[in-house]
Structures are given as structure tokens and as C-alpha cells.
Design a protein around this ligand. Structure first.
Ligand SMILES: Cc1cc2nc3c(=O)[nH]c(=O)nc-3n(C[C@H](O)[C@H](O)[C@H](O)COP(=O)(O)OP(=O)(O)OC[C@H]3O[C@@H](n4cnc5c(N)ncnc54)[C@H](O)[C@@H]3O)c2cc1C
Length: 402
């Protein structure tokens, strides 16, 4: 039998996209929300850009979608090519579905989210507040923080770890090295670059498949900024990866460009992880998004999965706050979201990556190309597939008892 617990004040650790979306949703429901953020500013690295229909649904619920659409783009199609640019198969985007995919670089999305969060009277971000340890009792959860005014403690009804892949909340709950899963033995370098791929006939999103020279090239802004994410040799230092970027571009990109032929805006090497925490709830502490699970970025399921967590957690907390559910709904949150990662996010993201680096059987590859072909001819199938990520959402109404 669960307990009725108050949800008057919530602390969210991390002013990344998941923390800010959850903060906006909860603050609009009258919950006092404090975000503790270690950095002095929003993250600027080249990371997420594409948000699938399930994520767009939550952006709409948070009231930010019109602004995201106005600043972003709706990619028209995705395709797969050989290294010489030869087209293999493609899928045209559908705009006749409820929440078509939107693309906007994460640093720009974060600015919109922060403005909406700070516009709420009961919401604040405390910058340069790094959570170092935690504890809890039957009345509240507490975060012990290093801040510009020294060590401080903040308490709330619940504390939610939206503090990313290296989450201190997760490490404090389960141990520093306890993030079950694996690091794939593949290296990527994500870059933002101005280079005209359209003159080579490239579509808005392109996956170039190859054992060594695989990459993704996707237009991510209206003014022609492209995200190029490519693979490189395993085991080098970040400095070495960045040094090798010009020769990698010259080797793999269409037209074999030299540095003067493009304008590089940013570049970041990343390791690829497939990991999921053993639980997303311990008492008054909860985990969401990268703090709770990780996947490789091919297919854009990372934050899309994280935003789906946030939608579920919001529904669960609101049900608890209004007395329509007891705190066992938070265990249900953990159970449901772990299952979504295990059954959908982990296998799908692995398959997307294996397709790009030719680490799957020819038979599965051909099956996938045949599916793309079928979607060209079968309108209903195409419509259904383009809304596929909606399976990441969960309707929490069925867990509400009152
Ligand atoms: C190259 C690349 C491309 C990607 N593309 C896509 C895509 O197209 N679509 C998609 O859905 N996903 C994509 N992803 C994944 C996506 O970027 C992440 O899932 C997402 O950024 C995670 O958001 P988050 O809010 O969980 O964490 P983060 O964005 O990592 O934010 C965590 C915040 O917590 C703060 N923090 C950390 N520790 C502490 C502490 N101790 N105290 C206080 N604050 C703390 C950090 O400073 C940070 O601001 C991509 C990832 C990469 C690397």
C-alpha cells in the first residue's frame, strides 16, 4: 500500500533540456520548482537537434512548440547512401500527422526552455550550484551543494536527477561505477559545419553507410548549418580526434573539401554508451533522461527517450499531488520507463547504429531497404511508421486509482 505524499516543492538537478521541460510543466501546475545547476550557463556542445513526434507532443504540452517551430526546421526526408553518395533507400517525412518531427540545435532549444521556465513566478534556476551529495528522511529529500556562497543544503518533497550522463544523483544512489550496460568500442566526432551538401544532391538527413567511413550529415538550421557526425579510430585522445578532423572531412565528405571550403562551427568527440540505471526511484529521489539511461545518437532516441520520461514523471507527480494516486505511481514510473528503454530504445538505437557502420547481416539490411521501398507505396504504413516513437509515451491515466 502506497502513501499519500505532498508535492509542493520539487528540486530538479540540472538545467539541461529534460530538467527545464519538467520544470516548466511542474511550475505551471503550481509546484514550486528550484533547479540546481552546476555550470554558470547553458550547455553549448553540438548534441541533440532532432525531436521525434513523441517529444514534439511534450514540447507542445510545455507550451514551447510554436517558438521551437518558428526557429527550427521540419526535415523533409532521411536517406541512406554509399560513401560515393549513391542513393540506397529513403523515407520522406510526413506532415499530415499530429506532431511531425522538429529540428533545432539543442543550445537554441535550451534558451527557449529557460525563458519559459524563468517566466513562471514559482520557478528559479540557481547557477553555479553543484550537487555533491544527498540524503533523505520521511519528510524531505536534501541536496548538499557547493555554491558561490559556500556549502549549502536544499530540501524539497522530491529531488529529480536530470543531471546528465555523469549524474551525481544516480552515483549517490547506486555507487560511482554502477551504471549497468556497456560502452560501445566506437568513437564519434560530432561537428556543426557550414558546407553545401545540397549541391551533391544530399537530402535533409543522410546516413552514409560503410565499415570505416560511416557518417551522418543532416541540415539542422534554416541558414544551412549541418550536423556531421562521423566515426574515427578507437583509442585516441580528444586532442588527437580534433586534430584529425580536417583529414577525415577531406576523406569522407562529398567533394573532398579542404578547411577553406567549409566553416567549422564546433566539434566534440563522444563515446557511445548503452546504459540504464537499475531503478529510476529511491524514496524521494527520481531519475530521468541521460541520468537514467543512455543510447548512441543514431536515430535520435536519446533525448527523445528522455523527454518521454519527463512526460511520464510529470503525469505521475501531478496524480500524486492531486490525491488521485499514492506514491506507488512513482514506482510505476520507474518500471514503465525502464521497460521502454529495454524493449524499444536500446534495441532500436543499436540497430540504427549497426546499419550505419555495416555491423549487421546483409539480410537485415536488405529487409530494412525493402521496408523503406514498401513505405513509398503504402501510404498507411508510411504514416504509421513516421509516428513510431509514440510508443515511447505512456498513458498514466490507467495507473490512477481515484
Ligand atoms: C552528438 C550527439 C547527438 C545527439 N542527437 C540527438 C538527437 O538528435 N535527438 C535526441 O533525442 N537526442 C540526441 N542526443 C542525446 C541528447 O543530446 C541527450 O540525451 C540530452 O542532451 C540529455 O539531456 P539531459 O537534460 O538529460 O542532460 P544534459 O543535457 O546533459 O544536462 C544535464 C545538466 O546537469 C548539470 N549537472 C551535471 N551534474 C550536476 C551536479 N552535480 N549538480 C548540478 N548540476 C549538474 C549539467 O551541467 C547540465 O547542465 C545526441 C547526443 C549526442 C552526443
Amino acid at each position: 500500500m502506497g502513501k499519500q505524499l505532498a508535492v509542493n516543492k520539487v528540486i530538479i538537478v540540472g538545467a539541461g533540456p529534460s530538467g527545464l521541460i519538467l520544470g516548466i510543466l511542474l511550475a505551471k501546475e503550481g509546484v514550486k520548482v528550484q533547479i540546481l545547476e552546476a555550470s554558470h550557463e547553458l550547455d553549448k556542445n553540438p548534441r541533440a537537434a532532432h525531436y521525434a513526434p513523441s517529444a514534439v507532443y511534450e514540447l507542445e504540452r510545455a507550451g514551447v512548440l510554436d517558438e521551437v517551430k518558428a526557429k527550427g526546421i521540419h526535415p523533409d526526408a532521411v536517406c541512406w547512401r554509399h560513401p560515393d553518395g549513391t542513393f540506397i533507400a529513403g523515407i520522406k517525412s510526413r506532415f499530415d500527422i499530429p506532431h511531425p518531427m522538429v529540428c533545432l540545435p539543442l543550445d537554441q532549444l535550451d534558451v527557449i526552455l529557460l525563458n519559459h521556465f524563468e517566466a513562471q513566478p514559482n520557478a528559479e534556476v540557481l547557477w553555479k550550484h553543484k550537487v555533491e551529495s544527498i540524503d533523505q528522511d520521511e519528510n524531505e529529500a536534501r541536496a548538499h551543494v557547493e555554491s558561490p556562497s559556500g556549502k549549502q543544503t536544499f530540501g524539497a518533497d522530491f529531488i529529480i536527477g536530470c543531471d546528465g550522463a555523469n549524474s551525481q544523483i544516480r552515483r549517490s544512489l547506486f555507487g560511482d561505477l554502477n551504471y549497468p550496460g556497456e560502452t560501445l568500442q566506437s568513437q564519434i566526432v560530432a561537428t556543426n559545419v557550414y558546407y553545401d551538401f545540397t549541391k551533391f544532391g544530399y537530402w535533409d538527413s543522410n546516413f552514409i553507410i560503410d565499415e570505416n567511413d560511416w557518417y551522418m550529415a543532416a541540415r539542422i538550421t534554416k541558414d544551412g548549418l549541418w550536423r556531421v557526425t562521423y566515426g574515427d579510430t578507437w583509442g585516441l585522445s580528444n586532442e588527437e580526434y580534433l586534430k584529425r578532423q580536417p583529414e577525415r572531412f577531406e576523406k569522407i565528405l562529398p567533394g573532398h573539401p579542404k578547411p577553406g571550403d567549409y566553416k567549422l562551427v564546433s566539434a566534440s568527440p563522444y563515446k557511445l554508451h548503452q546504459r540504464c540505471a537499475e531503478s529510476f526511484r529511491v524514496g524521494r529521489f527520481l531519475l530521468a533522461a541521460d541520468a537514467a539511461h543512455l543510447c548512441n545518437p543514431f536515430g535520435g532516441l536519446g533525448l527523445t527517450g528522455g523527454i518521454a520520461d519527463v512526460g511520464s514523471l510529470f503525469d505521475a507527480l501531478v496524480a500524486l499531488k492531486s490525491g488521485k494516486a499514492d506514491d506507488s505511481i512513482l514506482d510505476k514510473y520507474s518500471e514503465v520507463r525502464i521497460e521502454k528503454w529495454q524493449k524499444i530504445i536500446n534495441p532500436m538505437s543499436r540497430a540504427n547504429f549497426k546499419r550505419v557502420c555495416l555491423d549487421e547481416s546483409e539480410e537485415s539490411r536488405n529487409e530494412f531497404w525493402a521496408l523503406c521501398k514498401k513505405m513509398e507505396e503504402d501510404d498507411e504504413l508510411a504514416k504509421q511508421m513516421s509516428q513510431g516513437t509514440n510508443v515511447l509515451r505512456e498513458d498514466f491515466k490507467e495507473y490512477i486509482t481515484a
